[in-house]
Design a protein around this ligand. Structure first.
Ligand SMILES: N[C@@H](CCC(=O)N[C@@H](CS)C(=O)NCC(=O)O)C(=O)O
Length: 87
């Protein structure tokens, strides 16, 4: 399963940071992914992400068939941990 993690460029920020939480869950689950970083600020620079998901919030997960999950980060973490990422 080839996936892309769309996240903000604030990679040094961890803890409860939404993008970090999802990235850590993917790492812990041993899921391979490609990281696509989008500008943290200004949000107007997230044009590609806006075109993909119709929203500016990150993170999001894109599958190789073009399907995109752009749910709340806690919901994404739950999907990853319960093995329901593609459901
Ligand atoms: N409640 C959301 C918050 C997501 C969030 O704030 N993401 C940051 C990047 S880590 C962002 O896109 N901020 C820009 C904004 O709030 O519009 C979640 O947990 O997914």
């Amino acid at each position: 399963m080839a996936i892309k993690l769309h996240r903000c460029s604030g990679t040094a920020i961890r803890g409860s940071h939404p993008c970090w939480k999802v990235q850590r869950a993917l790492d812990e689950a041993g899921i391979d992914y490609e990281t696509v970083k989008h500008p943290s600020f200004p949000l107007g620079r997230r044009k590609e992400h806006l075109a993909l998901t119709s929203q500016q919030k990150l993170p999001a997960i894109e599958f190789d068939d073009g399907h995109v999950l752009s749910e709340e980060s806690d919901a994404l973490v739950e999907r990853i941990r319960s093995g329901r990422l593609r459901d």
